[in-house]
Design a protein. Structure first.
Lengths: 223, 223
DNA sequence: GTCGTGTCGAACCGAGCGGTTCGATTGGCT
DNA sequence: AGCCAATCGAACCGCTCGGTTCGACACGAC
């Protein structure tokens, strides 16, 4: 409501960029610092077992400050997942549109996808999200949409293009995209989610599974 | 160490069958009753949020009695999962060895598998197991072995037989079996685990996905 | 009938929880 | 220099947790 000149805005922005006194709960550095600590604790203890005290200690922040930045534990966790989603799932999509034959592009996509979904960090995140999905259904849905659904969407578009170009014959884009994702993580993701496999799959295994996934996929859908 | 005549054993067994005073913590009916109540509570609250008090109430049993039957919460949960594993995964395997063409048998197997893994009860059980897998790694492994690994084993055997019979050409049985399981639950299981889909898939959807799974599988591995 | 024992139920324990409060401290701002 | 607000840190709140204890009770064994 208060009137500000353009001048004022510019000055403020400049000051912020360096070292400014922030309003309570509005220092983005501190906020990030809290999230980093919280991530460590959540990831190694799970949602319920992680106490706000541990998170304070891990983040190097007083409890009072913590509650200035986040309303409560759930709020903190939602903000955390919201931040992580993007880190996790960026930088894979462009593999689909890169140069190369269909095989090469699908292979690159499958490998990126498997590598990402099977990484220790993402596995643990997925476990925690699943464990609270009953209490926080929105969180689960948003997480899924940002991850799996996003992969599926890109693939869906790719398949339609290739079908229109006559390279592939895909009667059901949704299904085919989902099949591809499943094939790419065959034998690894599920076992890792249940703790049946403790270590990340090796690069060789990822490539092997991805290659076979592409082979099977094209055996069915190649024109 | 104590000596007993055959007579004694028989008498005891007969008495037990009807209405006998059981030693503390050894009445199988009561034990089952506790597990039923515990299942209800665990399933709708998760491991951490489920309190022993709620479980007592749900089971209609006093807290003292509960702790006579089970050492602690973890012990109770392990016993519960142990009991449920068998209920969940029985009665599907024989579909593979039934009569019919390969297509028919694979289809039946895929449908049974998808139906089972996607049922509300099993989804919830899987969520809970995954949520505690960090703290109780054995439990996760045993659950996986009783479920997914069991499916895979049967399929593995089937594929070898068919390959030896010349019907299929499968270079890597492990991989192919895993691929089949993934294909059978395409688009349903993962989304349900993350709460992205609230309702069990319909029989029609299960059959559709299963059919496409078999089609793709045979497109790759049929001799 | 009376004894023995498995169950009940409620009180109880110490610990830890999420969340709040408040005085002391610090370091940018004017 | 002196103000002021963001942060600190420790104590504190009410509550619930997993787990224990114990006297009352009910019922099968003899």
């Amino acid at each position: 409501m208060a009137h500000m000149t353009m001048q004022d805005h510019t000055e403020k922005a400049e000051a912020c960029a360096l070292k400014r006194r922030h309003a309570a709960g509005e220092d983005p550095e501190k906020r990030h610092q809290i999230l980093v600590g919280a991530w460590r604790v959540f990831v190694e203890q799970g949602f319920d077992a992680a106490s706000m005290n541990s998170i304070c200690k891990a983040a190097g922040v007083s409890k009072g400050t913590l509650y200035v930045y986040f309303e409560n534990k759930e709020d903190l966790f939602v903000a955390l997942v919201e931040e992580k989603r993007q880190d996790f799932f960026d930088g894979i999509f462009e593999r689909l549109v890169g140069a190369g034959s269909i095989e090469e592009r699908l292979l690159a996509y499958a490998m990126g996808l498997s590598e990402q979904l099977n990484s220790e960090e993402v596995i643990r995140a997925q476990r925690i999200v699943i464990s609270v999905v009953e209490r926080m259904p929105d969180l689960g849905r948003r997480f899924y949409d940002a991850g799996a659904a996003h992969f599926l969407g890109r693939l869906h578009g790719f398949l339609r293009e290739e079908t229109e170009a006559g390279t592939l014959v895909v009667p059901d884009f949704e299904l085919a995209a989902a099949q591809f994702v499943e094939l790419a993580t065959t034998g690894t993701w599920r076992a890792r989610m249940f703790g049946r496999r403790e270590d990340e799959p090796t690069a060789e295994e990822i490539e092997y599974v991805a290659r076979e996934a592409v082979a099977m996929f094209l055996a069915k859908y190649r024109a």
